[in-house]
Ligand binder design. Structure first.
Ligand SMILES: [Zn+2]
Length: 79
């Protein structure tokens, strides 16, 4: 009987977690505020493969302004 209760508890836990994840994925990201968009001319390099990109528009409120490449944040190129 205890096993059945444990199984129900685990099942309920998995159901709650998966429901929460679906809800999180279904929620659209907040709208972009045009005032947060700034023009820039910053080059970034990927330290893993050497790829370089030039960013022309950035979001001033973004946590990290550097884009990611090869799963690593790119480093600003010295100007
Ligand atoms: Zn790369």
């Amino acid at each position: 009987m205890v096993r059945v209760l444990i199984a129900i508890a685990i099942g309920y836990g998995i159901w709650r977690v998966s429901f929460g994840m679906i809800k999180m994925l279904a929620t659209p990201p907040p709208e972009i505020d045009p005032d947060d968009i700034i023009e820039t001319d910053q080059e970034y390099w990927c330290t893993v493969c050497g790829t370089g990109v030039t960013m022309t528009i950035a979001n001033a409120t973004a946590e990290s302004k550097a884009p990611r490449h090869c799963r690593e944040p790119m480093v600003p190129a010295p100007s």
